[in-house]
Design a protein around this ligand. Structure first.
Ligand code: IVH
Length: 699
């Protein structure tokens, strides 16, 4: 493995490495393994033999075992699923593939049911039947059938856009290629691709014999098997599929989820046999308890139970919020725990300067995955739990959540241990770290001079829900920043000026550089909502970014409005605060961001490099009678809950505001309306009864 073609790793035996050498070696191995993974998974062009590749991994493992404190955050032993595949074509989901909100205890589930009732404005004695289904720990996939023939299979991707993996999905026995006559002419069936525990063990044995990659758990094995560029490899892997939902359909074919599952069965799909229709929340919780007890005897991994409102007309009314349906929730199983030693506390600096303590742990297996880091949240958390370096701690991991330190086992505390003193200066730039009254978080005050913040902002800028630039991950951002190739968001779009330098880097190939540069070029056009999110303004997540994009339409309008809103007496300020869900705290962060001269320069710079598209309102909305209108609801509505009214209005392109102003177009008054109705009258705003409103939107 040390011939000229293999990566330049030192040949020194692990036992002879000094700490400093080990550190350099781990960095080199991380790079070499990442590059090998990329070539193997994404380009289907491995340059190392399997034995050479395993050699690199074993060496990495051995060094990490000798120097656990040196284990990198991007350690190859922690990295599981391969990165985004570049070899698959993109597929846009006509109906987004949603994720699920989580419930962690039965009270969360009861609250979910109450929320559903409130939203639909149901009488207390009206039963809400729920379907309880195991939550399969696999990968979701969408299968599109046209006239009964499978024409496309796709991954979830970011929910809006996935990858076309039709040829791979076709190889699964559980996935019919043709459906019987009578199915809707367009039918997207969605479900979970998974591998059984037994098949996973057998696959790893075969992989080990062949000197090939060993998978950490069945989910990763399923992911790795599905994302093969060669479908024959997928065919050789024992993948299975449970169907549980649908995407685009040309006609309705069921009025309840349980009859839908029955239809799926009759069409040749496999649905989960443990799924159960429950008349009440209590019944649903009993199913959870039962499945939880049998969990370890099941032949496949599950990580909870999903409850779905059974009536499909109700599902439709409930709709979705921030990429998750209001009509379903995932009740997660309790986290798995383990005991280990905390070796160090590191302080990470986030993009808004927040100092976050991270526990570096003696590696330990929890729920099938080796854990080396855990979050400690903030300084109060450390003090409250009295967590000290050298302590033996209980850690837990739940689903994809970052592992946490639950408690210290004080009896095992080494003698002479010291209480942890949280730093009062930024570990990266040395600036004072201040903690405002009443806040839990201490922040570096270095702002623009702090390199850690700059790098984190750049990482956020290119991340998946922002600019989503393939091939430009956290690691590259860090290197390019340190080498002075990028320093501000706009400079990402000038990276092509450094093509030669990039190509000249150790281990970098011309093709991969050009691929990266092409990926960057491909992102010069971006929607305003993503753009706003990418700026990384404090408290402005995807949902708020979307609200702002819808409200202001263009970047210029947004910038002008934020400048004007600096005056709290201005109409611009009132207008901003009036956007539902934007309160004074978010408004302050927005105004501060746009008032900062450096941010102005960053925006001008980006504006030059990019074409920012006005926010695309949902298609339904364009010709709706209330598109672009501002509506205020007040009083108690009879036919629907307040949230449903609001969601309906928004889906038709209206803006829903919390208070009445000159800009309000309609005030919809329900029973017992108070001052808002009076104010509308005074301002001459059009007042509608609930009936008028329903007639207007349905008419
Ligand atoms: S329903 C609109 N049902 O869990 C409904 N999802 O955390 C969306 N999952 O992305 C999904 N088992 O990959 C549903 N019985 C089940 C499921 C299930 C597993 C996955 C699915 C989804 C994720 C959300």
């Amino acid at each position: 493995m040390n011939d000229a073609a293999s990566p330049p790793v030192s040949a020194k035996p692990v036992k002879d490495l000094s700490r400093a050498e080990a550190e350099t070696e781990l960095a080199r191995l991380a790079d070499a393994i990442a590059e090998a993974d990329r070539l193997y998974h994404l380009e289907d062009a491995p340059e190392l033999t399997d034995a050479e590749y395993d050699g690199l991994r074993r060496r990495n493992q051995a060094i990490e075992e000798r120097f656990p404190g040196l284990k990198r955050t991007d350690s190859p032993s922690e990295r599981v699923a391969p990165g985004p595949a570049e070899g698959f074509a993109k597929v846009r989901h006509v109906r987004p593939m949603l994720s699920l909100a989580n419930a962690f205890d039965s009270e969360d589930v009861r609250e979910f049911e109450r929320r559903v009732r409130r939203f639909l404005n149901l009488r207390d004695d009206e039963p809400v039947a729920l379907m309880a289904e195991p939550k399969i720990d696999g990968l979701s996939a969408s299968l599109r059938y046209e006239n009964g023939r499978l024409v496309q299979g796709a991954t979830r991707g970011d929910g809006t856009e996935g990858e076309n993996i039709t040829r791979n999905l076709e190889t699964l026995n559980d996935i019919p290629r043709n459906l019987p006559a009578g199915v809707p002419s367009v039918l997207e069936v969605r479900g979970e691709v998974y591998m059984t525990k037994e098949d996973f063990v057998a696959l790893n044995e075969r992989q080990a014999e062949a000197g090939a990659k060993i998978f950490a758990n069945p989910r990763n094995a399923a992911a790795g098997s599905l994302r093969q560029l060669d479908p024959e490899i997928t065919r050789s892997r024992p993948l299975r599929f449970f169907a549980y939902s649908w995407g685009e359909i040309s006609e309705d074919f069921a009025d309840s989820h349980h009859t839908f599952l029955g239809k799926l069965e009759s069409w040749g799909f496999t649905t989960n046999p443990l799924s159960k229709l429950c008349g009440t929340v209590d019944e649903a919780l009993a199913v959870y308890a039962d499945i939880g007890e049998r969990r370890h005897d099941l032949s496949y991994d599950i990580d909870g139970v999903v409850y779905k409102v059974d009536r499909i007309d109700w599902q439709q009314r409930l709709g979705m919020v921030s990429r998750a349906p209001r009509w379903a929730i995932a009740h997660k199983f309790k986290a798995e725990q383990a005991e280990t030693v905390l070796r160090e506390i590191d302080i990470q600096v986030g993009r808004t300067g927040a100092l976050t303590p991270v526990a570096r742990l003696e590696p330990v297996k929890v729920g099938g995955v080796t854990v080396t880091n855990a979050t400690l949240h903030n300084e109060d958390e450390i003090r409250r739990k009295d967590i000290r370096v050298g302590d033996t701690v209980v850690i837990q991991r739940a689903g994809d959540v970052i592992p946490q330190v639950v408690r210290v086992i004080v009896e095992k505390r080494p003698a002479g241990s010291q209480e942890y003193a949280f730093p009062e200066h930024c570990p990266r730039c040395g600036s004072e770290a201040r903690r405002p009254e009443g806040e839990a978080i201490r922040r570096c005050t270095g702002g623009l001079v702090c390199p850690a913040q700059a790098v984190e902002r750049l990482k956020h800028f290119v991340s998946r829900d922002a600019f989503d630039i393939e091939g430009l991950g956290a690691k590259q951002i860090e290197t390019y920043y340190n080498d002075g190739l990028i320093d501000r968001p706009g400079s990402v779009f000038r990276l092509k000026q450094h093509r030669r330098t990039l190509i000249g880097r150790e281990g970098t190939k011309i093709v991969s550089t050009d691929k990266l540069l092409a990926a960057i070029e491909g992102r010069r056009t971006i929607g305003l909502d993503r753009f706003i999110f990418a700026l990384g303004i404090r408290q402005v997540g995807q949902a708020t970014a979307r609200l702002l994009a819808t409200h202001y339409g263009t970047l210029d309008a947004l910038r002008q409005a934020m400048a004007a809103a600096a005056d709290p007496e201005s109409e611009a300020y009132a207008d901003l605060i009036n956007i539902d869900q934007i309160g004074s705290a978010v408004a302050k962060d927005l105004i501060d961001f746009f008032a900062e001269p450096h941010n102005g320069e960053v925006l001008d710079d980006l504006d030059n490099e990019l074409s920012i598209e006005a926010f695309e309102a949902p298609t339904l909305a364009a010709d709706s009678p209330v598109a672009g209108k501002t509506v205020v609801f007040t009083g108690t509505l009879q036919t629907m809950g307040r949230s449903e009214a609001k969601a309906r209005a928004e889906s038709l392109g209206a803006k829903v505001a919390g208070s009445v102003s000159k800009k309000t177009d309609y005030v919809v008054v329900g029973a017992d309306a108070g001052s808002k109705a009076a104010k509308a009258e005074a301002l001459g705003v059009r007042i509608l009864s609930e009936e008028d409103w329903v007639a207007l939107i349905d008419g």
